[in-house]
Design a protein around this ligand. Sequence first.
Ligand code: CP3
Length: 369
Amino acid sequence: MSDTSAATPVPTPGTSTRQPAAARGAAHDSAFLRACRREAVPHTPVWFMRQAGRSLPEYLKVREGVAMLDSCMRPDLVKEITLQPVRRHGVDAAIYFSDIVVPLKAIGLDLDIKPGVGPVVADPIRTRADLERLRPLEPDDVRYITEAVGLLVDELGATPLIGFAGAPFTLASYLVEGGPSKNHERTKAMMYGEPGLWADLLDRLADITAAFLKVQIEAGASAVQLFDSWVGALAPRDYRASVMPASRKVFDAVAGYGVPRIHFGVGTGELLGLMGEAGADVVGVDWRVPLDEAHRRVGPGKALQGNLDPAVLFAPESAVRAKADEVLAAAGALGGTGHVFNLGHGVLPTTDPDALTRLVAYVHEATAR
Ligand code: CP3
C-alpha cells in the first residue's frame, strides 16, 4: 500500500528549517548513491555493516559506562560514534548509529540490549491482547534521532548517511521469542498456527518501521537499509505468503522520497529474488552466494550490495585481497556499476580495524576508473 503523503514531507515543528532534500543534495553525486542508482561511478563504493562499534577502540572508549540503548538516545554520542569509522576507514557512506530495537523501546516496550546476548524483551508479544502494546510510532517519540541526523548531515557534507530499521520478521522474532533465537520456534508457531494474529503483528511492525525510516529520511538520511537479518530461516513460499506483504508495505511507504532502499538478510540465497520484489532498489547478499549468481536470481534493474565473508578479515592481507578480488570479479556481471562493496554480514567485534582500513583502500584502488 503506498502512502501518498510520503512525497511531500512535512518539517517537524521545532527543528531546523533546512530542507532535508537540500541537505541530501551534497551527497547526491557520491559514489555510493550513484552505485545504488546504477549510474557510472569513479570507484566501487565501500561501507561496512556494523562499521561503528566494538571493533574500534575509540568506540569502546566513548561507550564506557553508557548502556547501549542510552547511547542511542544521546545525539552527541550518536554523532561521534557514527563519524568514527568514516574518519578512520575512509568509507563511502556513514551508517546511523542506533539499533533495530530502538523504535520498539521508543513506543514504551520494556526491553534491553544485553552485552554478549542481544535484545531481550521483558514481556514477549504472544497474544492478541499483547498487540495493543505495539502502538504507532510518532516522530516525537524519537526527537533525538531527528536531532542527531541533522547534526550528522551537516558534518558529513558530501558523504551520504544511511538510515536503517529492522524488518517486520526480524523484529517479530525478538518480540515473540523474548530474545535472540536459533530456531525461531515460537515465531513460526504463531506464523503457522495463528496466521491472522501473525499478519496483524507484522502489519503493526511495518507501520512502526515505516514511521521510523521516515523520521530518518525527513531529517536528511540519503538512503535506508531494511535489516531482515533472520529471515533466511524461512522457505520462499512462507516468505512470500507471510512476510513479504509487511516488508513491501515498509518499502512502499518510503518510495516517494526517492532515496535508495537497501534490503538485507543473512542466509537468504533462496529468497534474493523475492527480497528484490518486495521493493528494494539494492539487494544485500551474504557471502554464501557469489554476486554473479545473486544478479541472476535478483534479475535486472537492481543494484547489489556485498559480500565478503566477515571472517576473511582474520586472514593475512594477501588472502583478504584475493577474496576481495573474487567479489569484484563476480560483481562484473552487473556491467560496471550497481555494486556497493560490503561484507556479507556485520563486522565481527574482534576484527582488526586496520584490516578494514586497508580493505577500503584496496577496493578503491582496484576499481578506480
Ligand atoms: O555500524 C552499524 O552498522 C550501525 C549500528 C548498528 C547496531 N545495530 C549497533 C549495535 C546496526 C545497523 C544494528 C542493527 C542490528 N541490531 C541488527 C541487524 C544487523 C545484523 O547484525 O544482522 C540486529 C540483529 C540487531 C540486534 C542486536 N543489537 C544484536 C544481535 C546485538 C549484539 C549483542 C552482543 O553484544 O553481541 C546488538 C547490540 C549492538 N547494536 C551493538 C552495536 C554496536 C553492540 C553493543 C555494545 O557495543 O555493547
